[in-house]
Design a protein around this ligand. Sequence first.
Ligand SMILES: [Zn+2]
Ligand SMILES: [Zn+2]
Length: 139
Amino acid sequence: MPDSIAGGCLCGKIRYTVSQALQNIVACHCTHCQKASGAGASHNAPVPFDALSFTSGQPKLYEDTAQSGNILKRFFCGDCGSPIYSQREKTPEMVVLKVGTLDNSDDMKLIMNIWTNSARPWMPIDPATACHPENRPVK
Ligand SMILES: [Zn+2]
Ligand SMILES: [Zn+2]
């Protein structure tokens, strides 16, 4: 597994690197992620904010109010619209990276599904993964 991973948006104006290996993917089926991604779910990798650096361009911000009432900052490319990462106002030190923007994610595994209560009926969910009807439980 490589030490650093690169990715970017569809048009290529935004490029980033992650300074650590990524393994786990969490699929979020909340209605906001469905709208923001235009898909059945968004596929996220938790990453320390410190590990993410932009080598080209800066994403735009959409400040979303999540179902919980918490502010969720959604960062995306202002030119092509690709979602790049999301950051909770309350816990800015950890962000979730949109794994569809990685150049290569072949070694990663989907381990968890959250907000399955609002999952689209046609969206397949692997029952072998951890599934939570709402947000992941706080440990
Ligand atoms: Zn772009
Ligand atoms: Zn979501």
